[in-house]
Ligand binder design. Structure first.
Ligand code: BGC
Length: 780
């Protein structure tokens, strides 16, 4: 069992006490690229770990080859620089595994049960290959759609990110296989990925970038967490005591193992001191550095012993997990499940009555190379060698049967345009340029691949019946959107994408995915645009808490498609929103309920969303924040009561000045709807304040911020009465007289009263006022 007590109270494993410093260093370092060291004398066996986030990536030479496997940098770079288009090159070198829909596809499922299932299947494949620890899921916030690894990550929203990743972790770990929740934290772009300093204010960290991790850690207890490559506010993330020790271990109580990203540690002793347990992969230099630090006492023995104990817990857990029979499954079975997952995740963003394909659409023209060779995944360490790949054209023909005539053209040449003009439906399969982006490299544009926009526009100019199927890592621009009849965005949907698209186009599966990111009309609308990608090694996250839809809403920018948007072939109605209480305090709970009805004539699932709209007060809030979601599956005419439990803390904001989660007293609203821009129901909800609406006093606080604060005014008046020997009324008059001064309250009083107030007395007074405010807040 992993110890869940705070690190400081943890017991040291007796085996550790019998270990030499050399052995401890070995235990806290990789053994080769993908294993930990074994210690037969102590009865400790190695464990095997491997990528990735949506499929198991098992390198035969690096894991089964020589004992240490793939120690050199070239071997490692061949992993992370793997191009999705080159996967065939790795056949024979890699074990094939089911390539499930990638994170940015699965994020649109908004379906925790499906994520749990995905985790279960990944766990089964790990068991079958003898992998103890899968290096995923990756959950960095998709701050910009250009980010090279956004195809692996779930959302721009921390709640979707946290809930979905917790479910996938639960699924993997239910199979006795460990996870590595990554990359902690703020690895939101690939530009200068191992050196860039993500400069992020604390509110944005707490409410957005760390929140998904917090939710997942609390709910699913991942066996390991992987630190990220970048710096965070000036400190290397893998060596950051605030991030790793203060927040993760002390505040969240995380007791699992902290793994470094591969070669992500620059100063090994510093990383261990900060709480980084396992340094991956093996590096003779870093091992020597740590040994020296242990020998000299620069790293105290008890710090290493604590990390070694955590490692032993993990190793024991991994081997326990590997006991018992390996679950039986076939590649076909997992492929079929991957198809269902892909179909449940793709998003029909536009449909002018064109889809699903119906009997009268006999002549169907299919255009685009992607119909023959689909893009199913992104490039990098997550790239999986699929067990099989659906060919979209073939799968579509199979699904439609012989009554529909499919003609395929790779591009929109003049002949193709003639065919398009006569076809009952023109289906375009397209994608972004897959050549350069992925791990290690961001996209440079939101456009589709070269020539693709022109191809779609040309087809739309001759046919009013164009439907476009887009494979993309994240949002893309669609300059031709008004000219086409339907758009299905698949993201990178994995090896069964072809079959899943056929299922959705033909209506065998009713689409139910909704966008877990905003699609902007143009790159310049992206919230981080002004600061991206940073310069001189610093990337300032200038938009603060207003990430994704929060920023589009605040700036009143119309997106191409809003966060949470997705269409179905049926319709849904929302009714009867009720709250179990009309006000909520920081430590309270309420239940929100509303009814969703399928008013159409097909069965379908609806992602119903719940947003909090709380006005800004002393601290600014985004216009709305997602606070809950549910995905009921409904038969035609069926109604379901959706219930969402909210804890006060879910609605709180982080006050960096106080260093805690707070409620400002405001009249807020809860809004239930079909997307962030499609509200259906609203109910008022009062947030009971947990803080006073004033900042703590400082020497130079302006009178305008002091005068409304009764606690401060009373004490200052009291002081003035005694110090100047004046009546309480005169003291109050003096204070009010300062109202128009923009100098500090004490400076203003001194000038007005023509007296000098000793600094020590001011300091005492400020201390008393702030303590009284603390006491008043404790009563709230
Ligand atoms: C990636 C990690 C990955 C590791 C091992 C790194 O470059 O950032 O996500 O798990 O390599 O392949």
């Amino acid at each position: 069992m992993l110890d869940t007590t705070a690190s400081a109270d943890r017991q040291i494993n007796p085996i550790v006490k019998a270990m030499t410093n050399e052995e401890k260093v070995d235990l806290l370092s990789g053994f080769g690229m993908w294993k930990t060291a074994g210690f037969p004398a102590h009865g400790i066996k190695p464990i095997v770990m491997t990528d990735g986030t949506y499929g198991v990536r098992y390198s035969i030479p690096q894991i089964d080859g020589d004992e240490r496997g793939g120690m050199d940098l070239d071997a490692f770079l061949s992993v992370v620089n793997q191009r999705a288009s080159d996967v065939t090159v790795a056949w024979g070198e890699m074990k094939s595994a089911t390539c499930f829909p990638n994170g940015s596809a699965m994020g649109n499922s908004w379906d925790e049960a499906l994520m749990r299932r995905l985790g279960t299947l990944l766990g089964q494949e790990c068991r079958a290959m003898g992998v103890h620890l899968l290096l995923g899921p990756g959950i960095n916030i998709r701050r910009t759609p250009l980010a090279g690894r956004s195809y692996e990550y779930y959302s721009e929203d921390p709640l979707v990110t946290g809930k979905l990743s917790a479910a996938v972790i639960e699924g993997i770990q239910s199979q006795g296989v460990g996870t590595s929740l990554k990359h902690f934290a703020c690895n939101n772009s690939e530009v200068e990925r191992t050196t860039m300093d993500s400069v992020v204010e604390e509110r944005a960290l707490r409410e957005i970038y760390l929140k998904g991790f917090e939710i997942a850690v609390m709910q699913s207890k991942p066996w390991t967490i992987m630190s990220s490559y970048n710096r965070l506010n000036g400190v290397q993330a893998s060596e950051d005591p605030w991030l790793l020790d203060q927040v993760l271990r002390r505040e969240w109580g995380y007791a699992g193992v902290l793994v470094s990203d591969w070669h992500g540690i620059k100063d090994r002793p510093a990383s261990l001191m900060a709480g980084g347990d396992l340094d991956m992969p093996e590096s003779p230099r870093r091992k020597a550095d740590l040994l020296a630090a242990l020998e000299t006492g620069a790293v105290p023995a008890k710090v290493a012993d604590l990390s070694c104990s955590r490692m032993l817990d993990l190793i024991e857990r991994c081997h326990k997990g590997a006991e018992g029979p390996v679950p039986a499954y076939t590649a076909q079975e997992h492929h079929a499940e991957a198809r269902a997952m892909a179909a449940a995740s793709m998003v029909l963003v536009r449909n002018e009555g064109l889809l699903p394909i119906h009997a009268a659409m006999r002549q169907i023209l299919v255009v685009g190379r992607d119909a023959g060779t689909p893009v199913i995944q992104g490039s990098g360490c997550a790239t999986t060698i699929p067990t099989m790949v659906d060919q979209p054209l073939e799968k579509l023909q199979e699904a439609l049967g012989p009554d529909h005539m499919l003609t395929f053209r790779p591009e929109a040449d003049p002949q193709t345009l003639q065919l398009a003009a006569k076809a009952d439906l023109v289906l375009v399969y397209t994608s972004t340029e897959g050549a350069y982006d992925g791990e290690g490299s961001d996209r440079t544009t939101l456009a589709l691949g070269p020539g693709q926009d022109e191809m779609i526009a040309a087809l739309a100019a001759v046919s009013g019946k164009v439907a476009v199927v887009i494979a993309c890592p994240d949002a893309v621009e669609m300059p031709w959107i008004e000219q086409v009849g339907a758009v299905l965005v698949t993201f990178y949907s994995g090896q069964a994408m072809g079959g899943a698209v056929a299922d959705v186009l033909t209506g065998t599966v009713n689409p139910s995915g909704k966008l877990s990111v905003t699609f902007p009309k143009r790159l310049a609308d992206v919230p981080g645009f002004l600061h991206y990608p940073g310069e001189n090694g610093r990337h300032i996250y200038g938009e603060g808490i207003h990430v994704g839809y929060r920023s589009y809403d605040l700036r009143e920018i119309e997106p191409l498609f809003p966060f949470g948007h997705g269409l179905s072939y049926t319709q849904f109605a929302y009714s009867d929103l009720t709250l179990s209480a009309s006000e909520i305090g920081l430590r309270d709970r309420i239940t929100v309920a509303f009814t969703v009805t399928n008013t159409g004539d097909r069965a379908g699932a609806e992602v119903a969303q719940l947003y909090l709209q709380a006005p800004s007060k002393r601290l600014k809030r985004s216009p709305q924040e997602l606070k809950g979601f549910a995905k009921p599956m409904l038969q035609p005419g069926e109604s379901r009561r959706v219930e969402i439990e909210l804890q006060g803390s879910d609605l709180a904001i982080w006050d960096p000045a106080l260093g805690r989660w707070v409620f400002e007293g405001v009249d807020a609203r809860l809004v239930a709807g079909a997307s962030s821009r499609d509200p259906h129901l609203a109910a008022d909800l009062k947030l009971k304040p947990s803080v006073l609406p004033f900042r703590r006093l400082a020497y130079d606080t302006q009178p305008a911020y002091v005068l409304p604060n009764a606690i401060a005014c009373d004490r200052i008046c009291d002081y003035l009465t005694k110090r100047c020997n004046i009546s309480a009324e005169d003291a109050r008059r003096m204070l009010d007289h300062c109202a128009n001064s923009f100098f500090g309250i004490f400076t203003s009083l001194e000038r007005r009263l023509r007296l000098s107030i000793p600094e020590a007395e001011v300091a005492t007074l400020i201390g008393e006022i702030n303590a009284a405010m603390d006491a008043a807040e404790a009563e709230l």
